[in-house]
Design a protein around this ligand. Structure first.
Ligand code: HEC
Ligand code: HEC
Length: 353
């Protein structure tokens, strides 16, 4: 087994980028208070929190307002944030796929291939870390990674800032949102604000459990729920809580040797090789292919993988071990997983673009 060679995440931030991060995160300035408190247009954004979901943590310096969310959405779909103005965040995070990419690896500028399968964007307001390896601690900081990444948008942060400054529409919107000129400080906060509004919690499962509508699940889905929460399949040990992720990093036995070291890229520890963030299982009908490298195309393949007990990497979690489900139980389990689809969420965001 290889030792992790470098402790760097998949994106690398240049030294000028580090200075910019300090500036935008308010460490090098006195921006710890919300600067826009004296801005005129501060209508709070009415975030709808589904039944059974906790209130998400919103950073004190980036309260959600209508104008911030509106600005963030424009920036999210703005191709000017890539070197040749061909790619926006939305070019890899498609609303109709719960904001992920149906391709195994996404195409960035100059048709370069991403190194991992894109992740969906919903319920991120609840997450403690971002990316498959958890290498980024906040949604605001995450925004910089794809802009600078040479395989994705490949634009220097200085150039990104220069471009938004030139756009008169942004001048007006940044003033309304953050009471300042277009800059990276507002850009990262606006995009993060938009992402925080993407909450998905109206699936059949939610109706059954949190809205107490016991008629929504059919017998097969109910049997599948027993399998999911049972001690044979053990799915719930990691895919747990309202978002079906305990947010830990686990090796689920996908490979005997990992080409992508996963969490070990961040921590440098051998014990973390092949560990990836436990993903939410919501909206799986929209988010194929599956796993960090998009190597499994269908839910049938996923269930086969877990039944096989994995490839026995030394870091494989001990709950991943061989088990047998009858063909009917396999179908039931998949039927249950599909009760976590929230078609309303997908449709709502696909139509308003
Ligand atoms: C070229 C394709 C591409 C573009 C463009 C892109 N992303 Fe991504 N995104 C990815 C991939 C691939 C990952 C997974 C990367 C990893 O884990 O190393 C990802 C992961 C993420 C995550 C982490 C989600 C989680 O659950 O941890 C967020 C948030 C995100 N992207 C937002 C954005 C935003 C905002 C933009 C625009 C500024 C953007 N992306 C542009 C491909 C892309
Ligand atoms: C030991 C913790 C653990 C257990 C138990 C577990 N999983 Fe996972 N699951 C993970 C991790 C970690 C990943 C991501 C692995 C990767 O990308 O390499 C994952 C990925 C998935 C994915 C892909 C999601 C996506 O967005 O790509 C599905 C579907 C899935 N698991 C379903 C299940 C089912 C069904 C069970 C029970 C049979 C189960 N899991 C048991 C940890 C676990």
């Amino acid at each position: 087994m290889n030792r992790p060679k470098r402790k760097i995440p998949f994106f690398s931030i240049s030294s000028s980028g580090i200075l910019i991060i300090l500036l935008i995160s308010g460490i090098a300035t006195s921006c710890s208070k919300d600067q826009s408190l004296n801005a005129p247009e501060l209508t709070p954004f009415a975030l709808e929190i589904p039944k059974g979901f906790p209130a998400p943590d919103i950073p004190a310096d980036n309260a959600l307002t209508e104008n911030r969310v509106k600005l963030g959405k424009m920036l999210f779909f703005d191709k000017a944030l890539s070197l040749d103005s061909s790619i926006s965040c939305g070019s890899c995070h498609f609303a109709e796929h719960a904001f992920t990419d149906p391709r195994r690896f996404s195409l960035g500028v100059n048709d370069s291939l991403s190194l991992r399968n894109a992740m969906p964007i919903f319920n991120l307001a609840y997450n403690r870390s971002f990316f498959w390896d958890g290498g980024v601690p906040t949604l605001e900081l995450q925004v910089l990674a794809p802009i600078e990444n040479h395989l994705e948008m490949n634009l220097s942060l200085q150039e990104a800032e220069a471009r938004i400054k030139q756009n008169p529409q942004y001048r007006e919107l940044f003033r309304k949102a953050y009471n300042r000129e277009p800059d990276l400080y507002g850009l990262v906060r606006a995009i993060a604000s938009y992402e925080r509004t993407l909450i998905s919690g109206n699936s059949k499962y939610d109706k059954y459990v949190y809205q107490n509508d016991k008629s929504v699940l059919n017998p097969s889905e109910l049997r599948g729920m027993q399998v999911f929460f049972g001690e044979k399949a053990e799915c719930f040990h990691c895919h747990t809580g309202f978002n079906f992720s305990d947010q830990t990093f686990q090796n689920n036995g996908l490979y005997a040797e990992y080409a992508d070291q996963g969490r070990a890229r961040i921590t440098g520890r051998n014990l973390d090789i092949g560990k990836f963030k436990v993903p939410s299982l919501r909206n799986l009908s929209y988010t194929a292919p599956y796993m960090h490298d998009g190597s499994l195309n269908t839910l049938e393949e996923v269930v086969q993988h877990y039944m096989s007990g994995g490839k026995n990497h030394p870091n494989q979690n001990p709950t991943i071990r061989p088990f047998t489900l009858t063909p009917e139980e396999q179908e039931d389990l998949i039927a249950f997983l599909k009760t976590l689809d929230d078609s309303e969420f997908v449709q709502k965001h696909s139509t308003i673009k």
